[in-house]
Structure formats: structure tokens, C-alpha cells
Design a protein around this ligand. Structure first.
Ligand code: NAG
Ligand code: NAG
Length: 485
């Protein structure tokens, strides 16, 4: 076949250049040769059983260009996608890995049919600093026609600029002007004094002044005047020192020490502008003590003790202004919960959770209930999630996570749903799940770009979730990801 084609082309070229067809014998020879060739080609085709089409001139039709801005839909498991139509109409946000595996499934199932062949190619692109998209091109070859479909998926997670320093067990605080203050932590080699500021509008990180002490597992609270109070934490040993950051000057000031060194404690701004710290670990004991900081007088006073000593617990401010302290670790993991009344300063035991746990998270939902997520008891990781109703004091189980986690973060989104990210389940997780309070169900959303534990999450003023640092599989991370609702 190949040789014949070359021969024909050569003959035509010879005819044109020498202009010899005015000679009758040449015409006859040509006609005979061409007839012979045509007959030979037809015979050959019949014998081999092929029908020769003209593949080089296939028509290309672009069926549709769909710009999708799909965000919160649950991830469609790749195995449910069995046809191109389903792929194209899959109204869900897919992560790159799922799309890759869909592409593979599509290629193998559909290319095995004789009439249709399909190729899907996937490209990840970042259109600007804030959105990262995946473009799927489906090339469908049917009856010699090539049809192409494009679809853009806006990914829920995208990288933003990296911090200057990899860090874990740090804190993040949203300043009154919307910037994010990232404080201390550890890079595994050293505990950090360094502090960075993130501007969500420019997506730029700026190093600001160092703290006076390096700290990890500290606590930070924004005061009513916009300054940030950083308490305790540890640099080898737990610290009783306290520092105040002034965002207008960028300066750190050492303020009065707490009575107790505390790490893995909590810190909460009260309605009266004072800051309550509870529990923690002082290097030898787990603490039941609480202390109150008055910014006006720069003094700490010891307040009434909790009923249980605890660290790695949670504290939540309820809609009625009281505080709920949940779980944590004393000698063992605790299932106890206590309510604190800031006006009477009395701690009252409320009902116990179904599971004792620490390194869990607690979120105040829009309906006033507290959602307690995951954690562990020292032996067992939990996928269990419990809801506390402050009006009845009753705990109830709600939908479980799809995977057990500790050291994950939890964020209440502006749409009332709750996002859990990363954590540890025997290995580091990059997965994220979304809780819908109206159904009580957790559904996977896109994976983060990286697995993380000991990371931090905060909600930016525009509703996006900023995930900073943490520990990956190898090192403390300086990478930062944004979750777009
Ligand atoms: C796909 O999702 C978008 C946004 O969530 C929604 O507006 C649209 O109606 C959905 N389309 C289908 C076919 O479900
Ligand atoms: C608090 O802890 C201290 C020291 O362990 C202990 O002596 C005290 O009894 C505890 N208080 C309460 C209310 O449990």
C-alpha cells in the first residue's frame, strides 16, 4: 500500500514536470497503470477485508464548552461514572486524582468497543492566585468524526503563597483588618519565635517581628482593642509567660506571667473583655486551675478550678454566654463536660459524652448546639461525632465521619456546614469532609493538595478557609491551602 501511494505521487510529479501526456503512448500507459492500480487496491482491500476511509480529513466538531463553577457538591466516586454523558454531566467537583482515574476507566471501557473510541485528557491549571481549575478534554472518535468536549472544574482547594517557615502546632488569628497572624509552632528541629502575617487580598506573606519566647501548643486570643494575647505553650518546658502583639506597630510586649505554666490549654475572650485560660499541662501535672487576664490592669487572677484537670480539651462559648468545656486528658481520657458561668464563676458538671476523648474539636453550630468531632482516647481513634444541646444538657450521636481522625481541624463555614480537614488515622490524611447539620451526614469533599496533621485552620472574612502548615509525611509544611465554598 505504502509503496503504491508513493509510486502514484511520483508519477503525477513526473507528468507535471515533463508535460509528456500529449504523447498518445504515454497516455495509454498511464491509463493502464492507473486502472491496474485501482483494481489492485480494490482487490487488496477486499481480500484483507478493510474499507479504506480518509482518516486524515476527519471532521472536528467541538460539541460544547462548559465553564463549570461547581464547588460544594460531594465528590462523585469514580466507579459510578460509566459513560461520557455521565462524565460530562457529572455535576460535582472532582479532585485531580479522581478525574485521572475516571479518565483511565473511560479510556479502557469505551476504547474496547469498536465503534467508538474516547480519550480523556486532564490538565490542571491555575487561572489566578485564588482558583485552581481542572480542564477535562474528552475526545470522542465516532464514525470517523472527532468530537471534542471541554469541561472546566473549579477545584475547592487551591494552593496560595507559602509561609516563609514550615511550622506545626502554631496558632492563627484573624486580625480586625482581615489579615491572618500566624504565631510560633515548631519545625520539628526547633520551637519557633517567628511570626508571619498573611494578607488574603494580595495573598502575600510578610514576616513580622519575632515573639520574645519560642512557643508551640500555646493559645492566642484577640482582645477587644485588636491586640493579640499569646499565653504559655512550650519550648522544651511549658511556659507561664505571656506576650501581647500590637498589629498597628508590629511590636510584641511581654505582659504579666500566669500563675501556672500551661501548654495544651485553652484561652477565650469573655464578653467583659477579659481572657479566661483553662487547664493545660505544666510539665509535671495536668491542671484544673483557671486564670483570668484583665488587659486594663495587666493582671492575672486565679479563678475557680474546673471539676476535672484536663489538657487537650476544648472550650466553646455558648449562645447564652456560658462556656462548655469538653473532654481532654487528665490521667486518662475524659468523657466529662462542664459548663462555666462567667457571671457566677461557677463550674457545673453537665452530662458526659458517650466517648472519652482528647485531641478532638468542638464547633458551635448555627442552632446553638456544639458539635464534637473525632479525637482519640489514647488507644482508639474515633469517627464518632456527638452533639451537645445546651438547652437540655443532652448529648446525642450524629452521623459519623467517613474516616477516623485525630489532630484534624474543624471550621464552621458561613453556610452553616462544618469542614473537617486532615489529621491522623494510622497515616496522615489529605481528605476533607463536610457536615450538613440539616441531615447530620458527613460527605467527602475534594482532597487537600497535601496530607497534614498539627495544622491550623481559620475562616477568612470572605468565608474561605485558610489551612496553614502542619506536619506532612516528612517535614513541617510551609504550604498553605484555601478552601473555597
Ligand atoms: C449543577 O450545580 C449547579 C451549582 O451547584 C446548579 O446550579 C445546577 O442546577 C446543577 N445542575 C444539575 C444538572 O444538577
Ligand atoms: C485541683 O487540683 C489540685 C491539685 O491536683 C487538687 O488538690 C484539687 O483538689 C483539685 N480541685 C478540684 C476541684 O478537683
Amino acid at each position: 500500500m505504502h509503496n503504491n501511494q508513493v509510486y502514484i505521487e511520483g508519477l503525477i510529479v513526473n507528468d507535471r514536470t515533463r508535460k509528456c501526456w500529449h504523447r498518445r503512448w504515454v497516455k495509454i500507459v498511464c491509463i493502464v497503470l492507473i486502472t491496474f492500480l485501482i483494481l489492485a487496491i480494490i482487490s487488496f482491500s477486499l481480500v484483507v477485508g478493510l474499507v479504506i476511509l480518509a482518516p486524515n480529513k476527519a471532521e472536528t466538531t467541538t460539541i460544547s464548552i462548559v465553564a463549570e463553577t461547581l464547588t460544594t457538591a460531594a465528590l462523585v466516586p469514580s466507579t459510578t461514572i460509566t459513560s461520557i454523558t455521565e462524565l460530562i454531566t457529572a455535576n460535582a467537583t472532582l479532585d485531580l486524582q479522581s478525574i485521572m482515574s475516571i479518565s483511565t476507566i473511560m479510556s479502557t471501557t469505551l476504547q474496547s468497543t469498536t465503534e467508538t473510541s474516547v480519550m480523556t485528557s486532564t490538565e490542571s491549571q491555575t487561572t489566578d492566585m485564588q482558583t485552581s481549575t481542572v480542564k477535562i478534554t474528552t475526545t470522542l472518535k465516532q464514525s470517523g468524526k472527532i468530537q471534542q468536549r471541554f469541561q472546566y472544574f473549579l477545584l475547592e482547594w487551591s494552593y496560595t503563597a507559602r509561609m516563609n517557615q514550615g511550622r506545626q502546632e502554631h496558632t492563627t488569628s484573624i486580625l480586625p483588618d482581615g489579615r491572618v497572624l500566624v504565631i510560633g509552632g515548631s519545625n520539628r528541629a526547633t520551637v519557633l519565635r517567628s511570626v508571619e502575617l498573611y494578607d488574603p487580598s494580595s495573598e502575600i506573606w510578610m514576616v513580622t517581628r519575632n515573639m520574645n519566647s519560642a512557643r508551640q501548643n500555646h493559645a492566642a486570643s484577640i482582645l477587644n482593642d485588636g491586640k493579640v494575647l499569646v499565653t504559655g505553650g512550650q519550648d522544651g518546658n511549658p511556659l507561664n509567660s505571656v506576650e501581647l502583639y500590637d498589629p498597628t506597630t508590629g511590636a510584641w510586649t511581654i505582659v504579666a506571667n500566669m500563675a501556672y505554666a500551661r501548654s495544651l490549654h485553652t484561652s477565650t475572650l469573655l464578653a467583659n473583655g477579659k481572657v479566661l485560660v483553662t487547664g493545660g499541662w505544666d510539665g509535671s501535672d495536668v491542671l484544673n486551675s483557671t486564670e483570668l487576664y484583665d488587659p486594663l490592669t495587666n493582671t492575672w487572677t486565679i479563678r475557680s478550678t474546673m471539676n476535672d484537670a484536663r489538657h487537650s480539651h476544648t472550650i466553646s462559648t455558648l449562645s447564652n454566654g456560658k462556656m462548655l468545656v469538653v473532654g481532654g486528658k487528665g490521667i486518662d481520657a475524659l468523657n466529662t463536660a462542664e459548663v462555666y458561668d462567667p457571671s457566677s464563676e461557677i463550674w457545673t458538671n453537665t452530662n458526659r459524652m458517650n466517648y472519652a476523648r482528647y485531641f478532638h474539636t468542638a464547633s458551635l453550630l448555627a442552632d446553638g448546639k456544639i458539635l464534637v468531632v473525632a479525637g482519640w482516647n489514647g488507644f482508639q481513634l474515633f469517627d464518632s461525632v456527638e452533639l451537645y444541646d445546651p438547652t437540655t444538657g443532652i448529648w446525642s450521636n450524629t452521623g459519623s465521619l467517613n474516616i477516623r481522625r485525630q489532630y484534624s481541624t474543624t471550621s464552621l463555614l458561613t453556610n452553616g456546614k462544618v469542614l473537617v480537614t486532615g489529621g491522623y488515622t494510622g497515616y496522615m490524611l489529605d481528605s476533607a469532609e463536610l457536615y450538613d447539620p440539616s441531615t447530620g451526614i458527613w460527605a467527602y469533599v475534594d482532597h487537600m493538595n497535601e496530607a497534614r496533621i498539627f495544622h491550623a485552620a481559620c475562616i477568612l472574612n470572605d468565608g474561605r478557609v485558610l489551612i496553614t502548615g502542619g506536619y506532612g509525611n516528612v517535614q513541617s509544611l510551609n504550604t498553605v491551602e484555601l478552601f473555597k465554598l
